[in-house]
Design a binder for this molecule. Structure first.
Ligand code: WT7
Length: 652
């Protein structure tokens, strides 16, 4: 038997058989350990969420918990609150001013900066005042293009304080991605940096940002964080300013704006099935209620926890579970700038030991990498402070789950495998560590008060253990409210597959005999590469943007480490000849347009692509070839012969 077959056999044996129950000791101390909560929340879901909203501080209470005019929801109608106040000031007022709010760990080993809640209050207020001085008003969208520096968390909270929604563009995205997002949001202000550290080297950011702001008519100011401390960026007149210069003389008080529960808190662009990214809109009251409640219960949060989520704030995971959820709960949250292998492959475990991290949240792709590096790296460190481990971003294979459980959790920490999306804002399908019996590879059950199902094409619930489409059947407080500037796309993408009460997630799943959900991944043309969402359509437009390319199709190929990697199929313009150099150039071209994470793993040249009689490229067949499966029925193709040819190319 090959290794792969062996592994597949082990995994199928593990599925549904191994059950990890919470220990009596864990149960006893857990924030929630009464399974009755599921039934209560099911029967009283509005009250359930109202209780969760009560955990926050409101200037004015709501008139109505939920106004559901499907598919449009308003939560905590007419309630007034401020997110920055809830994440900072109220903890200071409760006597927690000296507690550490953020531990920032730079990539260089000797660089740690800690902010107490009082210090954070000062820094956030100063930057909020600076934004106001630059003319940013309530409702103006501020764009951030930053590495993992404290100013990013501070910036988000400063925006929330003055009611200016933020739009964070992941620092690994390209200048053109930045440009498109600044223009779409009509941002007047961009906050970026000179650069950052990666694997010991300095990475340039300012030049990329400069390229990104060409042709951005709405933009008035660019703020530069001097991360590398070189003070050598050439700033242009009053339009470009250093962060430290504009905050220096600002007062440390800034009255939080009283925001409506339904005011936009932020915009987060994410890839869809077309070339144009979707601007997912999240609002204030429901979002904070959802992320703080899930963070508290799923990670079983205690006052003295040191909580670390290894995501980048450029993605939703960082927004919800590095910044807003933890800080709303008054939890000490860790932010790390660099990579897991600098200066060596034990860096994460060195950070866990150094800061006595108790709750740790990462992605399966990282866990598989640690597994490959070997257990000698975690073994070098004392990880006994860990209490709960989390996983997010893609399905976790049972083998990686067990490795995580044993070698990171020491066989004692429950693993919370959390399924959710940019659009859901908060964890949706997840264990509660003091209640749920865990099955490696399953995200288990919906969070209390939520309702999900798996449907067939006709909208019927599928029988036990049969695959289908994952849907959410009831509104939830941190759900997206719309797509920015594209209200119809909101309805057609998420609420039209079945009916306007049924949220279509785009994932495939099954439900087992114990009502556990097993999510298998995207069913649409969206790839999940190392936990990052990428659109095949965006990559295809990037390919055809190159003069050599006449036609292109991009599909996902399964990958042991990254889950999936993109592969491009290209028909060349008649003036070009296939070559390794050209393939390399095309890969680089896509990387330039989208960013390094969008770079295709391979480019395959072909005279033609499998097409229907009407000329539609059959990506489904290409996907099968990449998986090494048989192409199936090709009789409806205009050019069935091409499939055999492509098959040979793939096996090369
Ligand atoms: C897609 C959402 C949610 C934050 C990170 C990604 C996949 C996410 C899981 C999980 C199986 C998962 C889904 C989903 N996904 N978590 N625990 N098990 N699949 O956010 O970029 O919006 O991607 O990630 O396919 O639809 P995102």
């Amino acid at each position: 038997m090959s290794d792969d077959e062996e592994e597949a056999k082990i995994e199928s044996r593990l599925e549904g058989e191994d059950i990890y129950s919470p220990s009596e000791e864990f149960k006893k101390q857990a924030n929630v350990n009464d399974p009755g909560i599921y039934e209560y929340a099911e029967e009283n879901y509005e009250e359930f969420w109202a209780d969760k909203a009560e955990r926050l501080d409101w200037y004015e209470k709501w008139d109505e918990v939920l106004n559901w005019d499907a598919p449009h929801a308003e939560w905590f109608v007419n309630g007034k609150l401020n997110v920055s106040y809830n994440c900072i000031d109220r903890h200071v007022e409760n006597g927690e001013g000296d507690k550490t709010a953020i531990i920032w760990e730079g990539e260089p080993l000797d660089e740690t900066v800690e902010y107490t809640f009082s210090e954070l209050q000062d820094e956030v207020s100063k930057f909020a005042n600076a934004l106001k001085d630059m003319g940013v008003e309530k409702g103006d969208i501020v764009t951030f293009y930053l590495p993992m520096v404290p100013e990013l968390a501070i910036g988000l909270l400063a925006c929330a304080r003055i009611g200016a929604p933020h739009s964070v563009v992941f620092g690994g995205f390209s200048p053109s991605a930045l440009n498109e997002r600044i223009n779409d949001a009509e941002s007047k202000v961009l906050v970026t940096a000179d650069g950052y550290y990666r694997r010991g080297g300095e990475i340039e950011m300012w030049e990329k940002a400069q390229e990104g702001v060409e042709d951005t008519p709405p933009l008035e100011k660019v703020v530069c964080v001097d991360r590398l401390g070189r003070d050598e960026v050439e700033l242009d007149g009053d339009e470009e300013v250093y962060y430290h210069d504009i905050v220096e003389d600002q007062p440390t008080e800034c009255e939080p704006e009283k925001m409506d529960a339904e005011d936009m808190l932020f915009l987060m662009y994410t890839s869809g099935t077309t070339g144009k990214p979707k601007g997912v809109v999240h609002t204030t009251g429901g979002y904070l209620t959802g992320v703080s409640a899930t963070h508290d219960w799923v990670f079983d949060i205690k006052d003295d926890d040191v909580y670390w989520c290894t995501a980048d704030i450029g993605w939703i995971t960082g927004h919800s579970y590095i910044v807003y959820g933890p800080l709303a709960n008054g939890t000490t949250t860790v932010m790390y700038e660099g990579t897991p292998d600098h200066p060596d492959k034990d860096r994460f475990w060195q950070i866990v030991e150094k800061h006595e991290v108790s709750k740790f949240y990462t992605a399966p792709t990282a866990i598989r990498m640690f597994m490959k590096w070997g257990e000698e790296y975690p073994e070098k460190h004392d990880l006994s402070t860990l209490k709960v481990l989390g996983s997010v971003g893609e399905p976790i294979n049972p083998k990686a789950w067990k490795w995580y459980y044993e070698h990171i959790g020491g066989g004692e920490c429950p693993i919370v495998d959390t399924w959710w999306q940019t659009e859901t804002g908060m964890m949706m399908i997840t264990p509660l560590p003091g209640i749920t019996d865990l099955k490696p590879g399953s995200a288990t059950k919906t969070f209390p008060g939520l309702k999900a199902d798996v449907l067939d094409e006709d909208g019927n619930s599928v029988p036990t253990n049969e695959g289908g489409y994952l849907v959410v059947k009831r509104p939830w407080p941190s759900m997206l409210r719309t797509l920015y500037n594209e209200p119809e796309r909101y309805v057609s993408t998420y609420w039209s597959e079945y009916d306007e009460e049924t949220y279509f997630a785009g994932d495939g799943a099954r439900i087992d005999e114990d009502d556990y959900f097993w999510v298998v991944g995207r069913l649409d043309d969206v790839l999940n590469v190392a936990g990052h969402r990428l659109s095949t359509m965006e990559m295809e437009s990037a390919l055809v943007d190159h003069p050599a390319v006449a036609e292109a199709a991009v599909v996902g190929k399964p990958d042991d480490m990254k889950g999936q990697v993109p592969v491009g199929y290209v028909i060349l313009d008649s003036n070009y000849e296939p070559s390794d150099e050209l393939a390399e150039e095309l890969r680089g071209h896509v990387g330039e347009i989208i960013g390094p994470i969008g770079k295709p793993h391979a480019v395959r040249f072909s005279e033609d692509l499998p097409k229907t009689r009407s000329g539609k490229i059959m990506r489904r067949i290409l996907k099968k070839l990449e998986k090494g499966e048989s192409a199936g029925d090709t009789s409806t193709l205009r050019n069935p012969d091409i499939v055999e040819e492509l098959k040979e190319k793939v096996s090369e």
